[in-house]
Design a protein around this ligand. Structure first.
Ligand code: PXL
Length: 276
């Protein structure tokens, strides 16, 4: 499995421990060659910083894709996350259709919101375009907010398993083979991951730390992917990634100066050693 070649398309937030600055170290630590296609360059992430700068790379992406095509470069895994513009969606689909080897894995983290709301860069057109992308995916990893926007089921703070199953089934019917839904909370002191595909529903529940940090979704998806490429087990990978995010939060929570992301770096070597 180790010779799998990954292409990840998402933004570069220069500061703030999210997107490519999280995905690249984690996937590299797992031992996977990971190429990047930046969708945009931002000074920081868009949640929690004011006056961030954004430079969209839509004009550059088609040239990069064409160059790769002319060089015969192909990938085994396509991992898309925060993009930023509706027009990026077709570019990701072009990569999926033209730059992947047979039996490649297409993972979509449809990053666009949290806590029931879209991030500042996104609107309903982006949600509609994202539905086109998840249709083609093998695995999607939305949080509950993103799952609600994609499935057009109203976001609720309180819910039961029936509500979650209705979202999972609807998303699964929209095309992706497996839905890995993060941040599913059935009681006050636990939270977990719900996994749904043709084999049914599974839930991994763990302790809730009642605070949130930016970038944990990216740590989650990148750890999930590194782990899944290594063990080929959806439930195990969902669990391994969730436990790692918990450890990263524990490693950050007592530092009052560190609110923008999680301090995953000191834990990465051990994490990968235990799971490779
Ligand atoms: O962590 C997801 C993410 C990635 N990139 C940018 C973001 C966010 C979340 O807010 O703003 C630019």
């Amino acid at each position: 499995m180790k010779n799998k070649k990954i292409i990840t398309i998402q933004d570069i937030s220069c500061y703030g421990q999210c997107s490519i600055t999280v995905a690249l170290p984690i996937l590299s630590a797992f031992g996977y060659e990971t190429a990047i296609l930046p969708s945009a360059v931002l000074s920081t992430h868009t949640a929690g910083f004011k006056n961030f700068t954004v430079h969209d790379l839509s004009n550059e992406i088609p040239k990069i894709i064409n160059h790769w095509k002319s060089e015969g470069i192909k990938y085994d895994v396509l991992y898309s996350a925060y993009l930023g513009e509706v027009r990026h969606i077709d570019m990701v689909l072009q990569i999926k259709n033209e730059l992947l080897n047979d039996n490649a894995l297409f993972l979509v983290d449809p990053v666009m919101g949290d806590n029931g709301r879209l991030y500042p860069a996104f609107n309903n057109d982006y949600v509609v375009a994202m539905r086109k992308l998840i249709k083609e995916a093998d695995i999607i990893i939305p949080n509950l907010t993103e799952a609600c926007f994609l499935s057009d089921i109203p976001y609720q703070e309180q819910y039961n398993e029936e509500y979650i199953l209705s979202i999972l089934k609807k998303l699964n019917n929209m095309g992706p083979k497996t839905v890995v839904l993060t941040g599913v909370r059935y009681d006050n002191n636990s939270i977990g991951i719900a996994i749904y595909n043709k084999d049914g529903y599974k839930y991994y529940k763990h302790r809730l730390i009642p605070t949130s940090f930016h970038g944990t979704g990216d740590v989650y998806t990148s750890s999930f992917l590194g782990s899944y490429l290594t063990n080929n087990d959806l439930y195990q990978s969902a669990k391994i990634a969730a436990d790692f995010v918990l450890k990263c939060i524990e490693n950050t929570i007592d530092d009052p100066n560190h609110k923008y992301g999680v301090k995953f770096e000191p834990l990465l070597a051990n994490f990968v050693e235990e799971n490779k």
